[in-house]
Design a protein around this ligand. Structure first.
Ligand SMILES: N[C@@H](CCC(=O)N[C@@H](CS)C(=O)NCC(=O)O)C(=O)O
Length: 205
């Protein structure tokens, strides 16, 4: 079934989906849409995603799926990147929920405040300090797990690694220093060395 990915190239949430699709070897069509200039908030776009955000996966039978981590879980269903075993699967979910509540809101948001000129006015010193502390705490949690195993969820690489890789590998753009977290640096190297890996293919100008 043909699938379209509505996305913005520099968004880590969208990169997660491209990364999962690349590992699965699935074809897809890209529809670029600017998430910074209001294009995701038009009535036309809200008709397919009422939440007005990217990424969005759209199938040719009219079905749509939003939320990057839900998309990753759906795409990876039945593949080697999503365990059947209930415990290992629960650990994948644990990391994906962590990513959305404790990681992305700090690391991705600080990055967007740092790199998008249109968001600069919102980057107050107090907010940036708070996001730095919260992001470092998330990195500490990852480092503690990765100190004694290779992948976030036990048993091998899963969508948890792909989804957490996205904003962790661009944390430097948000002013985060990964040097104090060697297990995280080694894990980034491991994820990017997997066969089938694709780069973000965008750098701040
Ligand atoms: N929880 C969502 C977050 C998606 C999200 O925040 N997307 C941003 C781009 S990274 C967006 O579309 N922003 C446009 C807007 O909120 O108007 C996910 O994981 O997919």
């Amino acid at each position: 079934m043909a699938v379209k990915l509505y996305q913005q190239q520099d968004s880590g949430n969208c990169y997660k989906v491209r990364l999962v699709l690349a590992h699965l070897g699935e074809d897809f069509e890209i529809v670029d849409i600017n998430a910074n200039d209001g294009s995701t908030r038009t009535a036309e776009y809200r008709a397919i995603n009422p939440n007005g955000k990217v990424p969005l996966l759209a199938f040719d039978d009219g079905r749509t799926l939003a939320e990057s981590n839900a998309i990753a879980l759906y795409l990876a269903h039945g593949s080697r990147f999503l365990p059947d075993d209930p415990w290992r699967l629960a650990k994948v979910h644990e990391w994906l929920f962590f990513e959305q509540y404790s990681h992305e809101p700090a690391i991705a948001v600080r990055r967007s405040l740092a790199i998008y000129p249109e968001r600069a006015a919102q980057a107050t010193r107090e907010r940036m300090d708070r996001l730095l502390a919260a992001g470092n705490q998330a990195l500490e949690v990852m480092a503690a797990t990765l100190a004694d195993r290779d992948w976030l969820a036990p048993g091998g690489p899963t969508v948890a690694d792909f989804c957490l890789y996205a904003y962790t590998h661009m944390a430097g753009e948000g002013g985060f220093d990964l040097n104090p977290f060697p297990p995280v640096e080694r894990w980034l190297e491991r994820v990017s060395s997997l066969p089938g890996h694709v780069e973000l293919d965008w750098r701040p100008g």
